[in-house]
Design a protein around this ligand. Structure first.
Ligand SMILES: [Zn+2]
Length: 97
């Protein structure tokens, strides 16, 4: 009797689970679409972070041995453009004119 009683219960459970899945499938699909959209947004944010790193690299220009920073205009110039060394540091030709 126990087996006969369990058999119909399993079928009923399966029917209920299938109906529940049919109702839940649309929700899962919509949820997956929303997740995909959310996944794209962090990608753009990461791209922005990469751009900020590039900007930092541009700001921090490594001064070469044949270059100097003018203490008047604070521009990195080639050594050939140096006019003279002041008390503060090198002064370029444009600033000394
Ligand atoms: Zn200068």
């Amino acid at each position: 009797m126990a087996t006969d009683y369990d058999a119909p219960r399993k079928s009923e459970d399966d029917n209920e689970s299938i109906e529940a899945l049919k109702e839940r499938v649309p929700d899962k699909l919509s949820g997956s679409i929303i997740d995909a959209e959310d996944a794209d947004n962090p990608g753009f944010e990461l791209a922005g972070a990469d751009l900020s790193d590039v900007e930092l690299d541009v700001v921090v220009l490594p001064q070469q041995d044949d270059e100097f920073t003018c203490m008047n205009c604070f521009l990195v110039r080639h050594r050939s453009q140096m006019d003279h060394e002041s008390d503060l540091g090198p002064i370029c030709r444009e600033c000394s004119v």
